[in-house]
Design a binder for this molecule. Structure first.
Ligand SMILES: Cc1ncc(C[n+]2csc(CCOP(=O)(O)OP(=O)(O)O)c2C)c(N)n1
Ligand SMILES: [Mg+2]
Length: 803
């Protein structure tokens, strides 16, 4: 549907005039920032710049319809929107460019993200939630094109849940689900698969989501003809348009320079999404890039002169200005004065930001110069240290690296000396490095005391004669209790609803808790995770199910780029305590092997990764996670659902501690570390080894991220002096990580009498069926022989060669 130009109907003409001029002021301010921003990069003060020029006008219209409680999930072009909502000042914009590490100045990420990545704060300094309904919210951007889409879905779905489910303590998160989630995306980024996946999912779910496509015909240098069928995303999406018989989308198409049409379209979209919970797509066409894509290149290289001229003529700010004059809303003189003032304001904002960026560095430089001078005067290497000092003095605009590097190099010239001047320099350097490092490395994990690591262990307790039940029953009954206890909790995944998951771990729970809290979803892993991220960011406690571990890779980018970095990239100001439930290990077949742990533990730093050996342990982990605030991936052992376990009588209460290993079989000759289903095979091998006189200690890792916070492995190795790590990942995968943890971090090498070893699956994907498994993954004979060979090597007399 095309929107005609028509004035906003809700306000008086005078107010509308004022609004127009206010918007013009913001448009010009934003543009001036972009123009000066590019210069800052070209003169070397900033490293990279990507700006919102050419996209100002539709963002002003979006801001006009954006209300308290709403959420944005967008991308790097949205500086004008943020400025319109007073969430970004010109000075903060420049701090973003310079990467100032002070969060009170670079309010988006304290310099962790490039400029152009926009965030608001959902959390107070103590980690408690702010009242999100009383502020305008922007979920923290990521750089990956279309990476904002999955999260957008969850942000929108939260409104649907809050409107239709009675959730306790929801006042800070929603007012009857009236909040809209606003997405923005570039035209070229709609080529990404996850764009279409999310669009489809939101149409199915019917959630209040308004997605704007800023269409400037290009994705860097690549024209729309290479990006989009028919070169027109709204034409492509036309089949999603709702009609009288079918739910779907409202699709609007507006020209990006047409102010009144934009205002009208956004008001319309807001009403439809907010009131009816129907998703809306707004395709904004005829946008431009006055300075090209980013500071990395110039668009003159790939745009024709004709196109460049068209962009100059149709620049939205220019056409807006012409429209203001034509309609006599202001005079040429009025606008010139306004523009001149804005230029001055932005220039002084830039200057102030640069001075503020430098001020703490200059302060530190002064101190360091002093320390270097003193150290030089007391050292036989005076000349060398003085040179370093003079080099530092010559740096007029010092950064942290300059100081760190000079101080550390100077200390090399003081090797072997002892003086109080040297001690002062060393102490200053240590403190400087520690303080600086924290600025770049804090908040990978929750550092507040509301984290899951501080949840105390509650051991399972049993009746005198406990019933032996299938593992899946333990999970099911525990999930039942969790859903009862936490009205914020909800579970969704492929086949999770009506049949209660493929292994009946949720059997009967949809009937009991309804289709919104225990839900079936489409086959679309990335947006399943997105649902979880977005809902968790709005105070819900989603458990997103990925049907089998092998299929998590369809969602891996969302997990690694978005979820794992959220706390870090917002310096602790946003979180998404999403629990990802999946099942794996010891499956059979190339795409059902279920054990690609190496990839996951490396790519998902920022999440917990838990690998319980049975369902009682798994239930305990879920209970622990619900009491904490961190995202986690929990892998249930697929072959454990039908294994009998004694049923604890404290389900819902028992809790497995995170980051703690468990010695499941004490022994004295060698430490065998494993996890998940493989652990059962290791236990079997340990029983066989005792028959040849080898007494193995078996340790269950249980928690890979974090691993063994108490360093219990070190204690075990001090006793046994030998270590074998067994898993079913590829060689050098998770077992290499565990080796690093134990040998390097825990320092266990000092206590080893044999080389630490690993026994893993083969490097290829596991072949199918029993023989495929036997010859692909470690079996009990492999384990027996490997242990035997280690013992044989150290004592060939008593343990002669086996074969
Ligand atoms: C997943 C991913 N692939 C590639 C890039 C590199 N990249 C950054 S912006 C961009 C073009 C995006 O074009 P469009 O979506 O039209 O947005 P525009 O910059 O034109 O507003 C590309 C390819 C990226 N950031 N992420
Ligand atoms: Mg584009």
């Amino acid at each position: 549907m095309n929107i005609d130009s028509e004035a906003s109907s809700d306000i008086s003409f005078d107010d509308f005039q004022l609004q127009i001029l206010k918007d013009y002021e913001i448009a010009v301010t934003s543009r001036e920032c972009s123009l000066l921003g590019r210069r800052e990069v070209l003169t070397g003060k900033a490293k990279f710049g990507i700006f919102g020029d050419g996209k100002e006008l539709p963002q002003l219209a979006m801001a006009r319809s954006f209300r308290d409680g709403d959420f944005r999930s967008g991308y790097y072009r949205d500086q004008t929107f943020m400025m319109a909502l007073n969430l970004l000042s010109p000075k903060e914009f420049f701090h973003g460019l310079y990467a100032t590490t002070d969060l009170t100045k670079e309010t988006m990420s304290a310099g962790r993200q490039m400029g152009g990545h926009f965030t608001t704060y959902s959390l107070n300094d103590d980690g408690s939630w702010r009242d999100l309904t009383k502020q305008k919210n922007s979920s923290a951007d990521i750089s990956c094109t279309a990476g904002q889409m999955p999260r957008l879905l969850g942000l929108a779905q939260a409104s649907k849940i809050y409107r239709n489910v009675k959730v306790q303590q929801s006042a800070k998160f929603s007012n009857n689900g009236n909040e809209v989630a606003w997405g923005t995306i570039g035209n070229a980024s709609t080529s990404e698969g996850v764009f279409f996946e999310t669009i489809n999912a939101a149409g199915v779910l019917q959630v209040p989501m308004v997605i704007s496509v800023w269409d400037d015909n290009y994705g860097i240098s690549v024209h729309a003809k290479h990006q989009t069928t028919k070169e027109d995303i709204s034409k492509v999406l036309a089949g999603f348009q709702r009609d009288k018989d079918n739910a779907g989308y409202e699709i609007l198409k507006v020209k990006g320079w047409d102010y009144t049409a934009l205002i009208h379209a956004y008001e319309n979209a807001s009403d439809i999404a907010r009131d009816e919970h129907v998703p809306v797509i707004i395709h904004i066409t005829e946008l431009t890039q006055p300075q090209g894509h980013s500071t990395s290149g110039s668009h003159e290289r790939y745009k024709s002169e004709e196109r460049l001229q068209w962009e100059r003529d149709n620049d939205c700010n220019k056409r807006y200005r012409e429209w203001i004059l034509e309609n006599k809303i202001a005079t040429e003189d009025d606008l010139k004065t306004l523009e001149k003032n804005i230029k001055r304001l932005v220039r002084s904002a830039r200057k102030e930001a640069w001075e503020e960026f430098l001020a703490p560095h200059k302060e530190k430089k002064k101190i360091l110069v002093n320390l270097l001078e003193n150290a030089a005067n007391s050292s036989p290497n005076k000349n060398f240290i003085t040179k370093i000092k003079n080099d530092l003095i010559a740096i007029e605009e010092p950064i942290k690296k300059d100081m760190a590097s000079k101080a550390r190099k100077a200390l090399r010239y003081l090797l072997g000396e002892s003086s109080k001047e040297k001690d002062s320099l060393a102490a200053w350097t240590n403190k400087f490095l520690e303080e600086s490092q924290a600025k770049f490395s804090s908040y990978l994990y929750n550092e507040q005391n509301n984290n899951a690591l501080s949840v105390p262990e509650v051991k399972p307790t049993y009746d005198a004669e406990p019933e032996d039940v299938d593992g899946r029953v333990i999970l099911r009954d525990n999930f039942d209790l969790l859903l009862e206890k936490y009205s914020q909790a909800l579970i969704f995944g492929e086949d999770s609803g009506a049949i209660g998951d493929v292994n009946q771990g949720l059997e009967g729970l949809q009937k009991k808790y309804g289709e919104l809290r225990v839900a079936d979803v489409g086959i679309r892993e990335a947006s399943i995770i997105g649902q979880g991220i977005g809902m968790a960011m709005r105070g819900l406690r989603p458990i997103a199910e990925i049907q089998y571990l092998d299929y998590i890779f369809y969602a891996l980018f969302t997990l690694t780029d978005d979820l794992s970095t959220l706390l870090y990239r917002t310096v602790g100001k946003q979180r998404a305590p999403l629990i990802v439930r999946t099942r794996g290990h010891r499956l059979e077949g190339i795409w059902h092997s279920g054990s690609q742990m190496g990839g996951l533990i490396h790519l998902l730093r920022g999440m917990y990764i838990l690998v319980p050996r049975n369902m009682t342990k798994a239930a305990g982990f879920y209970n622990t996670l619900m009491k904490g605030n961190e995202p986690a991936l929990l892998i249930e052992s697929l072959n454990g659902y039908r294994l009998k376990e004694p049923k604890p009588n404290n389900l819902g209460e028992l809790s497995t501690p995170i980051g703690i290993v468990e010695v499941v079989r004490p022994g004295r000759d060698i430490t065998l570390l494993s996890y998940g289903s493989t652990l059962r095979i290791v236990m079997q091998a340990a029983e066989e080894l005792i028959e040849v006189g080898i007494d193995a200690e078996v340790v269950d890792a249980q928690s890979l991220l974090p691993f063994d916070l108490r360093h219990d492995l070190l204690k075990s190795i001090k006793k046994t002096s030998r270590l074998l790590i067994i898993d079913e990942d590829v060689p050098g995968g998770c077992s290499a990580y565990l080796t690093h943890e134990i040998i390097e971090k825990q320092g266990a090498y000092k206590y080893l009498d044999s080389a630490p070893q690993t026994l893993t699956a083969k490097p290829h994907r596991p072949a199918y069926a029993t023989d495929g498994d036997y010859f692909s993954k470690p079996n009990s004979e492999d384990i027996f022989e490997k242990v035997y060979s280690i013992i044989h090597e150290s004592n060939p007399m008593d343990f002669p060669k086996l074969r």
